[in-house]
Design a protein around this ligand. Sequence first.
Ligand SMILES: Nc1ncnc2c1ncn2[C@@H]1O[C@H](COP(=O)(O)OP(=O)(O)OP(=O)(O)O)[C@@H](O)[C@H]1O
Ligand SMILES: [Mg+2]
Length: 543
Amino acid sequence: MISTNNLSLRFGKRILFEDVNLKFTEGNCYGIIGANGSGKSTFLKILSGEIAPTTGSVDITKGQRMAVLKQNHFEFNEFQVLETVIMGHKPLYDIMKEKDALYAKPDFSDEDGMRAGDLEALFGEMDGWNAESDAATLLSNLGVPEENHYRRMDELDGNQKVRVLLAQALFGNPDILLLDEPTNEIDLDATMWLEDFLADYPNVVLVVSHDRHFLDAVCTHVVDIDYGKMTPYTGNYTFWYESSQLALKLRTEQNKRAEEKIKELQEFIRRFSANASKSKQATSRKKLLDKIKVEDIRPSSRKYPAILLNNMVRELGDRVLKTEHLGAVQNGEVLFNDVTIEVQKGEKIALLSRNSLATTAFYEILTGNNTQYTGEYQFGVTVTTAYVPIDNAPYFEGVDMSLVDWLRQYSEDKDETFVRGFLGRMLFSGDEALKQAKVLSGGEKMRCMFSRMQLQRGNVLLFDEPTNHLDLESITSLNNALQEFPSTIIMTSKDHTLVQTVVNRIIELTPNGVIDKWMPFDEYISDPAIKALRDEMYETTTV
Ligand SMILES: Nc1ncnc2c1ncn2[C@@H]1O[C@H](COP(=O)(O)OP(=O)(O)OP(=O)(O)O)[C@@H](O)[C@H]1O
Ligand SMILES: [Mg+2]
């Protein structure tokens, strides 16, 4: 069990949350929800001891071990896969490292010998000799094939990488599992595997996610961060969402009397509980919604950022992009090959591949960041590209700059009021615009990348997974902006609705060439002939 006592956290004048007194107990899975920047990751960091709260404390049942899946999936890039998994058990990993360092010393002293002896003993107690084989078994169970175990993390695609990071978190069966956005980079299969896994996990699980479907599948409880408070609800995400929407509706119906409103909410809870108890969840270990009090339910205060992409530097000419036999190989693996396409004005393209390294490599080549390719590509003379990459860490990590200064770098007009206008639309106003770029939350970084994109004034926009980390309000704004954008877009996204409502052409990169169709996404993925073609195109990979 893990509990918090009068926990509060402030950054300067801003209160993220206060008076948090919550208990998280065995067998339950708690979904931590809230808008981008509301403090979800910060809350998990406090629980794991990574940062200290302003006031209050965290209690963990004695002897229990906690493991964490972090939001930054690029953090272990330079480590080997097996080692990354073992790092999940920090005490064990530290001993391994110290031992290795001792044995590597050219002048190994008696003192070193004593220390090495102590370490060997501790290592044995922790079952260290089996660590590698345990880690390997876990990886294989998670669908990471053996040929990947000795590769470096940055050689894996996002989907494999998150499986490794999950293995890291699960290594040694932690009593308390903290997962920050676990489904961000994984495919549907892996998400479903994780849903099943968490549904049966007997210990304490806290999970942060913006994925409604996933939250509904795994959560027994929801904790909403809003108004500087953390409010727990028994039940899943849909229940929280429907009830807060209803509360909002009732609030705006000024002329209704208080008793009527309460009655309506009670009726809602009753109906919802009745449905929930028939569902699969309620029949397993999920609890009924009997403990909910009407006064607990409040409308959500979430806001929509104003994502505006329509300030192109100039009108796009007819010819946008031409590639000839474009191909890329990474670490001996063919990512894509023989891609010959022509892109015209007004096309909105979904760029797909079963291997996300392929789509990412394609964007990196087009933007001049990756020169390891064969074949050719050429943009039309009128083209100005603007790009939101999948990994934005290089733009923020260790950057000692306020948000105003950060964004000013990308603006021709250096005037503070001008720059602040862009930040304001992305919901950073007043003091918020003066905070350091490096402290931003995952979703806030994305919003800043959209501001940067606006300032680049591109007429060809490239997006590699733009909805990662975004809350629903931001996804809605992005979706509208992409629909309204009058010029060319090439994008890759796991958000089905986004792709379906924006694109008019599908380009799929495979090791054996390209599949290129002018049709809606739904049609593309449901057409049996295309499905057969896709299976065939991925089949044989030759170097
Ligand atoms: N050291 C700091 N100083 C000032 N503000 C900070 C600091 N660290 C984080 N913040 C701010 O605290 C807020 C909470 O950040 P956090 O990363 O917890 O958000 P989150 O709920 O996880 O959001 P997301 O859904 O985008 O991941 C953000 O507005 C962030 O900019
Ligand atoms: Mg976060």
